[in-house]
Design a protein around this ligand. Sequence first.
Ligand code: C2E
Ligand code: MG
Length: 369
Amino acid sequence: MTQKQKKTRLRAKQDQRALHLDTVKSLQKLQKSAVKLYVLSSQLTRLIDAIPDSVLLKDREGRKLITNKLTQRLFKLHDLDWYGKTDIAPTSAPQEMRINHELYQMALESDLHFALARRELKLYYQILVDSDRQMLGAEALLRWEHPRYGLITPEHFIPIAEQSGLILPIGAWALKSACEQLKLWQSDPLRKELSLSINISPCQFSRPEFVGQLRQILKKTGIDALQLKLELTESLMLHDIANTIENMERLKLLGIQFSMDNFGTGYSSLSHLKQLPIDVLKIDQFLMRDMANDSCDAMIVKTIIDMTQKLGIKLVAGGVETEQQFACLKQLGCSTYQGYLFGKPMPVDQFEQLLDNRLGSTAPRDQVR
Ligand code: C2E
Ligand code: MG
């Protein structure tokens, strides 16, 4: 490369870095304004709400005057400029997208603080079946019914909850609600055999108070803990393996079972499988995708099935979407299945309706128990 080319390349790099710094600064400025605007809009709503309807509805001009005056005062109070006048407007589509995403994340984080109190978090239930499609139980999955953004799936808010520490009250609520639901099923002769799995976040499980908390819930609800399964991820189990095993052993004494979730996505260390007191292994859905067409994926699944059979661990195939995948898994010797083919996660009333329709023909069995 010539000296001239080198210089041009260096200048381009410097320009790019300067542009990047500018973008970051603009974004930070915009974030600060966005937080202020968020506070402002809630204050404004509260103030307008406080004006009696008889005053507000009386005449249009008066209403306009009041709201304009209030808005102006609040903007001044917060030292904010109107959006149109700012010099930090997004300059490119990707930048705008990034800013929108940042703003959405900030709004979610701020709203998540109130989601539990406002009863916006719900548990949805997804069915687990055996090789004859008979129901065995369910997995409880969190959903956020956001008043503005609609139904939000966990991948969008669990990471925020984990970062902000909100996962502790949210996880505790989910666990308690799942146990209460299980108690209702156990009290119903037609549903008493169902097992229920609940996902536990690594930060939740590694808290020293977790075991005591769960013991309290079991005592309060009076459920048969043999039908409760805690789903832990492989990375958590391997993070502090000695401590994890100790906590698992303490909970196993209460009858609780453990499931290793998303097997096949992490380290998948087979030697650790022997060490960990797990009862169930859930094969991740990504292994399902090409299994019916890819002999290599099918071989991996077959190896996992054989291995779990030797270790006396039950196996669940997650993310089963097609008849082809189901047939292939059956042929490989899998015994328990979960996936859209049998039912998507749904609110409890719909789930119970699904159970009722299925119970019309047969009663549940206890293979995964
Ligand atoms: P997960 O435990 O691996 O749950 C299975 C995910 O796969 C669920 O996504 C489910 O809706 C989805 N799924 C099930 N069958 C199919 C299928 O056939 N095809 C496809 N494409 N997807 C399928 P969801 O409900 O969005 O949950 C995502 C993750 O969020 C869960 O993954 C779990 O790690 C976490 N999560 C959910 N609820 C809780 C909770 O109460 N506490 C904690 N800590 N994490 C939770
Ligand atoms: Mg799970």
